[in-house]
Design a protein around this ligand. Structure first.
Ligand code: FES
Length: 124
């Protein structure tokens, strides 16, 4: 009897690279916002806020982790946004809460700037 051939199926993991731009969505243009300004955007069907801090751009989910208040109208000082409801502050670069009553970070998004376009996508 002839030996049965062994067939190996090779699987390669799918990994995202910095050049994987397909999952990014355009949320604005660099000439649209002055330093300190913001814009309401949608990223991956999630309401979010795009901020310009000096020449850097950040996108966070537009919801306070303390009690669900939108952060849309919260004052921004440097990289810190204050929730207009109870005063929790968050770092828009990291999402980390900076004071009570919030204890959980807000969701942040990956941001890239390419050819004058600001792009964002959820972080894996
Ligand atoms: S809802 Fe934002 S601090 Fe309470």
């Amino acid at each position: 009897m002839a030996p049965i051939p062994i067939i190996k199926i090779l699987r390669f993991p799918v990994t995202k690279t910095p050049n994987d731009m397909e999952s990014f969505e355009e949320v604005g243009r660099v000439d649209e916002l002055a330093p300190g300004e913001r814009k309401s955007v949608i990223v991956d069907d999630v309401p979010a806020l795009l901020f310009r801090v000096e020449d850097d751009y950040y996108v966070i989910e537009d919801v306070c982790t303390h009690d669900g208040q939108p952060l849309t109208a919260g004052p921004l000082c440097g990289k810190e946004i204050t929730c207009p409801r109870h005063g929790a502050r968050f770092d828009v670069a990291t999402g980390k809460p900076l004071c009570m009553p919030a204890t959980e970070p807000v969701t942040t998004f990956d941001v890239e700037v390419k050819d004058g376009r600001i792009l964002a996508r959820p972080i894996d």
